[in-house]
Ligand binder design. Structure first.
Ligand code: HEC
Length: 120
């Protein structure tokens, strides 16, 4: 019994480690996903805002879902264009700005846009 449990725990750990290894791989590609530097650096608050709502449609790691992937959105849109998309929404995406549902303040929108613009 003890052995069985140990084995299961071992497999679980191995799975977690493999998951990390995969993510480390993603991290070497510029702009792919949310990096540890994003989480702890000057964009830490942006990451938190993202994880408070955007992730449900754009994925926990910017990979997309209901909404498009944002992993390389900085190569497609400028910072100002990203801020406008967040403020005005589009399709199923809510308008986060003062003219819409005002879920985010203009400075929060700008912070999110500055962060996403680094995702090239
Ligand atoms: C209910 C789902 C949903 C939520 C929540 C959501 N989005 Fe979106 N988002 C979308 C969809 C769908 C599109 C594409 C809309 C279109 O093509 O008109 C989109 C488009 C975008 C775009 C433009 C992407 C491109 O490639 O043109 C950006 C930037 C963006 N969203 C950022 C965000 C951010 C930041 C948040 C959180 C503050 C957020 N979204 C929350 C669904 C969502």
């Amino acid at each position: 019994m003890g052995v069985g449990r140990g084995l299961r725990a071992g497999l679980l750990l191995w799975g977690t480690a493999a998951g990390f290894a995969l993510c480390t791989g993603c991290g070497t590609q510029p702009g792919a996903g949310i990096t540890n530097a994003d989480r702890s650096g000057r964009f830490a608050e942006a990451v938190q805002l993202y994880q408070n709502g955007c992730n449900s449609c754009h994925g926990n790691d910017l990979e997309g879902g209901v909404g498009p992937s944002l992993a390389h959105v900085g190569s497609k849109l400028s910072e100002a264009e990203i801020a406008r998309r967040i403020a005005e929404g589009g399709g199923p995406m809510p308008a986060y700005g003062p003219g819409g549902q005002a879920i985010l303040s203009p400075s929060q929108i700008n912070l999110l846009a500055a962060w996403l613009a680094t995702k090239k």
